[in-house]
Ligand binder design. Sequence first.
Ligand SMILES: *Cc1c(COP(=O)(O)O)cnc(C)c1O
Length: 835
Amino acid sequence: MIKKKDTQESSSFDKELFKRSVLYNVKTLYRKTLEEATPQQIFQAVGYAIKDVVIDNWLTTHKEYDKQDPKTVYYLSMEFLMGRALGNNIINLQAYKPVKEAMDELGLDLNVIEDQEPDPALGNGGLGRLASCFLDSLSTLGYAAYGCGIRYRYGMFKQEIRDGYQIEVPDNWLVDGNPFELRRPEYAKEVKFGGYVNVRIDENGRSNFVQEGYQSVRAIPYDLPIVGYGNGIVNTLRIWDAEAIECFHLDSFDKGDYQKAVEQANLAKNIVEVLYPNDNHYAGKELRLKQQYFFISASVQEAIAKYMRKHDDIRKFYEKVTFQLNDTHPTVAVAELMRILMDEYYLTWEEAWNVTIKTCAYTNHTIMAEALEKWPIELFSRLLPRIYQIIEEINRRFIIKIQEMYPGNQEKIRKMAIIYDGQVKMAHLAIAAGFSVNGVARLHTEILKKQELRDFYEMMPEKFNNKTNGITQRRFLLHGNPLLADWVTAHVGSDWITDLPKISKLKIYADDEKCQQEFMNIKYQNKVRLAQYILEHNGIEVDPRSIFDVQVKRLHEYKRQLLNILHVMYLYNQLKDNPEMEFFPRTFIFGAKAAAGYYNAKMTIKLINSVADVVNNDPVINGRIKVVFIENYRVSNAELIFAAADVSEQISTASKEASGTGNMKFMLNGALTIGTMDGANVEIVEEVGAENAFIFGLSSDEVINFENNGGYDPTEIFNNDPDVRRVLMQLINGTFAPNDPDRFRTLYNSLLNTISTNKADMYFILKDFKAYAEAQRKVENAYRDEKRWARSAILNVACSGKFTSDRTIQEYVDELWHLDKVVLPKKVVGKDKTL
Ligand SMILES: *Cc1c(COP(=O)(O)O)cnc(C)c1O
């Protein structure tokens, strides 16, 4: 019944050559033998050896791009949450087994080597991870692409948990060096800030707009290879570092020069210093706008320079280039493109606008009001005077268009203008200046059209479209869950690696008892692997036979980690009242970073850890409930966590989670979803069937209805439901904070008291509580029937085909980008390398 295992690996990888390369690198980098080298040094040596293999394909790819001149997408994003590169690169080179063997033969463990690599945490959460999955798919599908972003000196902070509280520690991810990056000073660009705009009439009678009295920095690109799976294609993630433009001229500086030099050096140092740790939240910091313009100006300058190296008519730029804006963060790109086209290539406004609106496309990622970027015009015009002038003119012309469509309708102008009330509204600019506005899941796109962006949709319906997000199965199954990956391949062949819908062939095994057992055994082994990680990192023993119930994602009130932990408190109360009740042991696993300034989010982390302290150590509970908070959630430990999950918690307030991608990673690894009808959960349930998930709670329409009518009254639930009341009272009676009973009062207040602009229980936690508890009872009952559970889990894997980012990227290509597929000449795909 089990088919012959398909070959997933290329045979042309030269193991002996590779081993010699590693030994050589240890010697030349560190003047050491393998025995003397530290684990970090061995990682570096292996990393450089892999880079040597990658670099030939990288060269060949770009030689081929030069020849074929394919249309190129620039994916502009403030965030790329790449995860570790070493294992992923080896996987995509189809060399995992020979490399592992080579390491074995050197007496090394590839897993241990991989663990030495820091996660390049240049992103917050889903938005940054999406960008990384997209790059993997673009290379694997053979499309020419650049990711453009910032080389943050310190990425997402490292989270430490001390006394149950989150502590933010700087993440100095570059201390030991990055073997995969390539510094490219030959492509450096100057980026100018501040000063004022002068108009000069030149000898041809043209107005020339020149920025004067500015400060500037030099943007230096670092390139990272993005290896396609098994096709020899290597695209580039280009992240920009900032350097001071001039050094001190010690012989001839006066006081003014000195001051200016110091200021420019500081500007350069500050710009790329840190990633702002906010997820779905706009903070309005001046430095953030500087970061945005810094990497956008450099990226747009280079995209145009690259185009002009091969073409002579800048008016046809859009035929070869698309800029995809990952949220509004890169939206200054539209004005920067206008600026260069007009001020440096002397296009008329109309010519430049024609290029811009055919080049730029915008992806919307959220309807959360607090995430909308609005810059005060004072700040914006002071920092980017020429860009501001251009946006003013875009706004002036856009308002004329609105007036033509809706004569005399001031309300439309108020709601849609790009500059209004003293603010520059970046979403409005992105919509007005792009050819496409896409949402990231079907429900989200419908909400955009009917609610949040309704006026824009009515004015220009042709721009609106949906692109349901996806994830790469290469990282989140092939690399993260090798046992399941091998099992899948043994049953349906290896096509799923580049064609995930083929995984649906697994459906016929869902009812096969032997397959069910094999599946549950693999899940068990992955749970043992995670239990080991938890023991090492938390010192908590968890039982791999218990249900692993997992919520890992950024901490945010709309994601409702609070609902989850309140339900744990409710279960704890039940077991305390009735220690003999039937109860299937459950391990509640959390992982989440909170934005450093987000008080309720940080107190929710403290609450989870406080509940863990009480419940994990209560002899009455006797290990039947365990609560674990995994420190420093990030891509590398996420891979272990998804593989080990039985239950996937996707419990956002309906309408608030635009898509979610964690939900897809769990599904791919055979976890069953407990969730609301929100984001991509809707489409997950559509694919797998409602009987293989646990759906509960208000619908998005119901939530939006409440919101449009002033919210709802949670005190009624508090007064009438003793279980809910008891749990809420435990937030303020010291049950989980004996020395400080008021510790969780703000969480209590967020649920029951209307505070300034915030409604009581804005996120409908109490409203959904009973339905959630009921859904959780169904989870427990379902898990007792192991065969039925295994069947559902296998069906989740089998029905995950839609959620590959390969499908998402193909939709972007077919409907928006129209890229040319690049195929490398046969001979270069096989890796007959000389190192
Ligand atoms: C996938 C992923 C996310 C996004 O998770 P959601 O549940 O969709 O919010 C965040 N962080 C990491 C490390 C991820 O891998």
